[in-house]
Ligand binder design. Structure first.
Ligand code: UDP
Length: 372
């Protein structure tokens, strides 16, 4: 069947890289890039490095408030769905691109396929949480990375007639496992930054809740500066997301942080270089969903710079600690011994195949426009 896939930001390019090739073996995919992440470091390098097909359409919609960005995406996606006439629209995760793709599909009576369905932080102040909940409630095919995600959907009454919920595993894990042999002990990325394996902290932060409110941004800067100056854990390597870079400059905090001994502010890295750093860090500090999982897969302790997480299993298994922006909690977590056990979570590296099988089954139930 014909499927319009909507992607827009860095983790979605990684997820689409897992699914797109396999999907195209069975179906006719039209890849649409909304432009939510448009700069080279967050977009083009991932298409090239991960072998993602060139998008058939690029909407170049970035910036503005969540409301205006979503509205512009809705307006741009409607004619694309009208012209390409797909039977289904495929969306990943929880961004404005996810919501816009799903809503256009539902209003134009096309099936919605949601990959990474059922994730919940139960924190409705997060724009991502709102997007996830709304998309899950209008999707026909809900493909979950974990049993917890499927249980979250069941608790919301989803999975009834006309909808299918399936636990397929996490498509990001497919990509991480493919790259593992090439990056786990690769010294090139560390060498380029003059880092020693096991003797640095890797940090990322870009969630709105951490970088938009000025007092949270200041607390983040104070935390990073204190860790860098402390020195006992090696330097803090911080590939700075463009949103965070902009906020730091606007608040006049960039120079101060950049000048702090032990703090290394760098550009966002391509996937392989970043993964090599994850594997070889002493610990990872992050507010990213994807990076929490990748630290777990790498067997590297993660400190999550939030007070909630969707990836609860990583916390339950003792590899991830919710420290928010609390310096004392960070020090305590950094002193913890690594757990002995690290059971496989979120699948076996074949989630994308299961997604495509589920999509094959959906195609068999659909008739009408876009069903080839
Ligand atoms: N990532 C990357 N380079 C970086 C930082 C992150 O390749 O400098 C990758 C990381 O390996 C993970 C993904 O980007 O696969 C996570 O994206 P992000 O943190 O932007 O989004 P989230 O997962 O929080 O939605």
């Amino acid at each position: 069947m014909r499927i319009v896939t909507v992607v827009g930001n860095r983790p979605q390019f990684i997820k689409a890289a897992a699914v797109s090739g396999k999907l195209r073996e069975h179906h006719d995919e039209v890849l649409v890039h909304t432009g939510q992440h448009h700069d080279d470091a967050l977009s083009r390098v991932f298409f090239e490095e991960l072998g993602l097909p060139r998008p058939e359409r690029e909407l170049e919609i970035a910036g503005g408030s969540n409301v205006s960005q979503t509205a512009r995406m809705l307006g741009a996606l409607e004619p694309i769905v009208a012209v390409t006439d797909p039977a289904a629209v495929l969306v990943f995760g929880d961004t404005n691109s996810t919501l816009a793709g799903a809503l256009v599909a539902a209003q134009m009576r096309r099936a919605v396929i949601h990959v990474e369905a059922g994730m919940r932080s139960f924190d409705r102040t997060m724009p991502e949480e709102l997007n996830r909940v709304l998309v899950d409630h209008i999707a026909e095919l809900l493909l979950c990375p974990s049993e917890t995600a499927a249980a979250n959907l069941a608790a919301e009454g989803l999975g009834g007639v006309g909808t299918t919920v399936e636990v397929v595993g996490d498509v990001m894990v497919d990509v991480a496992l493919q790259w593992q042999p090439h990056v786990a002990a690769n010294g090139a990325a560390l060498g380029a930054l003059q880092l020693q394996a096991g003797d640095f902290l890797l940090l990322t932060a870009h969630r709105a809740g951490n970088v938009d409110p000025p007092e949270r941004l200041r607390a983040l800067v104070a935390l990073v500066a204190a860790l860098g100056a402390h020195g006992a854990f090696g330097p803090v390597v911080f590939p700075v997301h463009p949103r965070t870079r902009e906020r730091l400059h606007a608040a006049g905090l960039w120079e101060e942080l950049d000048a702090t001994p032990g703090v290394r502010l760098i550009e966002p890295l391509p996937y392989a270089a970043f993964s090599a750093l994850v594997y070889q860090a002493r610990a990872v500090l992050t507010d990213s969903g994807g990076v929490q999982k990748e630290a777990y897969l790498a067997g590297v302790p993660c400190l999550t710079l939030r007070d909630s997480t969707e990836w609860v299993e990583t916390v339950l298994n003792g590899w991830n600690t919710l420290v928010d922006l609390d310096g004392e909690a960070v020090m305590t977590a950094l002193a913890l011994k690594r757990p002995n056990e690290r059971p496989a979570l979120y699948g076996d590296g074949h989630a994308a195949e299961r997604c495509v099988h589920a999509i094959d089954a959906l195609a068999a139930t659909l008739a009408g426009p876009g069903v080839l």
